[in-house]
Write a protein that binds this ligand. Structure first.
Ligand code: MN
Length: 312
């Protein structure tokens, strides 16, 4: 496939100029890609909504973007992902979800991440955040439909509807064997097997796993779980983290979901790393951050992972 852009900036100019027909086509292409990669693509192994990464190369991990096109542009330029992917380097780009709402460029952010998936389907993993949640569990405020209508006028509702269908295909968990598990919000506190992560979408809402994966937050000073002030998901304590990490055979949870002034933070003795990859209102955090991981490297102390943090 020929690449119809030269530099990251081209991708962003395309996003600004896109019309509803082009975005609808892109959504359709990506839905087909997701359907086609059901059992895996390239070096990615897929079961249900779980992706297992190969133990090779580099993973660039991006937390919440929430409609902030500038931060996304910075990350793509700073990480050099496009150049690396085009030259065939072993590099993966993993988004932890929450692409839209809050910031003013939600449709454009969706355009860019879907375009990245179209261009590098074997190298881009798009996860599901609570802002891409199931129909009975929408985040609020949800500005996305308003922003879509502003950009596309009378074709807006159709674009929104198709995006909502696409959300169902996004991945809820990424596993890097013996190393890390990635979820948007948290680990499901009552999960007892890996299938509880992989097929959480099929059991929703009868089992709480998907809700907790998308909505939960780590909390200090509690052992098990506590009701979340968000009204969905749970606050989970260190015992839950340790139990689930042990069950999965990994050392740390990498997640997004929570704004942080530094762009990242750790909880539970360093075993939970939060990334927040956007700046500006309404959170006004001073820094955003993303993570570069050497996938092959095993971690003994999770603090080592922090060396891969890139603040901006
Ligand atoms: Mn979130």
């Amino acid at each position: 496939m020929s690449l119809d852009f030269k530099k990251p900036i081209d991708l962003f100019n395309m996003a600004m100029k896109t019309d509803s027909e082009e975005l609808l086509r892109l959504i359709e292409i990506c839905v087909k890609l997701f359907e086609k990669e059901k059992r895996g693509t390239g070096s990615l192994q897929i079961s249900g909504r779980l992706v297992e990464l190969p133990l090779v190369g580099e993973a660039i991990i991006i937390g919440d973007i929430h409609g902030d096109l500038e931060s996304l542009k910075h990350i793509l330029e700073d990480s050099n992902f496009l150049e690396k992917a085009k030259s065939g380097e072993e590099v993966l780009l993993v988004f932890l979800g929450d692409y839209g709402d809050r910031g003013i460029c939600s449709p454009e952010v969706y355009y860019v991440v879907l375009k990245l998936k179209q261009l590098f389907p074997k190298r881009v993993v798009l996860m599901r955040g609570n802002h891409e949640g199931p129909d009975d569990l929408l985040a609020y405020p949800h500005d996305l439909p308003l922003q879509i209508n502003r950009k596309f006028g009378e074709n807006g509702p159709k674009v929104y509807l198709e995006l909502r269908k696409l959300f169902q295909h996004l991945y809820s968990t990424v596993l890097i064997e013996k190393r890390y598990v990635l979820c948007h919000g948290g680990v499901p506190s009552q999960a007892s097997k890996i299938e509880d992560f992989a097929y959480a979408h099929k059991k929703h809402p009868h089992e709480p796993h998907l809700e907790e994966i998308l909505w939960s937050d780590p909390w200090e000073g509690i052992k098990e779980t506590y009701a979340s002030p968000r009204g969905a998901g749970k606050l989970f304590g260190e015992d839950v983290t340790n139990r689930l990490l042990k069950m999965l055979g990994v050392r740390a949870l990498i997640r997004g979901h929570e704004p942080s002034n530094e762009g990242f933070k750790t909880n539970h003795g360093g075993n939970v790393l939060t990334l927040f990859s956007r700046r500006g209102p309404p959170y006004n955090n001073e820094y955003g951050a993303y993570l570069k991981l050497n996938i092959l490297k095993e971690v003994r102390i999770t603090k080592q992972v922090l060396k891969g943090i890139h603040k901006f």
